[in-house]
Design a protein around this ligand. Structure first.
Ligand code: SF4
Ligand code: SF4
Length: 82
């Protein structure tokens, strides 16, 4: 999944752009739920939050590396029954 770093200015542009509703306002900055973030795999060619963020504060979570297959499996699990 991706990660929002401390440069976040709480502009709320990214949350509505996320197809998995993985982004919400945290205590100090916005946060991405790693269980919901598929890095936009299954929905879009590139991470939509990264596309819209005005300060480029969203990065890959190096501590939680996932393969495209894992991200696709997460996408299928999240969209099952829809
Ligand atoms: Fe949501 Fe996509 Fe950003 Fe993950 S990469 S938080 S799924 S918009
Ligand atoms: Fe923070 Fe970027 Fe999201 Fe704005 S778009 S709330 S700066 S992560």
């Amino acid at each position: 999944s991706l990660l929002i770093n401390q440069l976040c200015i709480n502009c709320d542009v990214c949350a509505p752009a996320c197809p998995n509703t993985a982004i919400s306002q945290g205590e100090t900055i916005y946060e991405i739920d790693p269980n919901l973030c598929t890095e936009c795999v299954g929905h879009f060619d590139e991470p939509q939050c990264v596309v819209v963020c005005p300060v480029e504060c969203i990065e890959l979570d190096a501590g939680n590396p996932e393969t495209r297959e894992q991200l696709l499996a997460k996408y299928h699990a999240l969209t099952r029954g829809q």
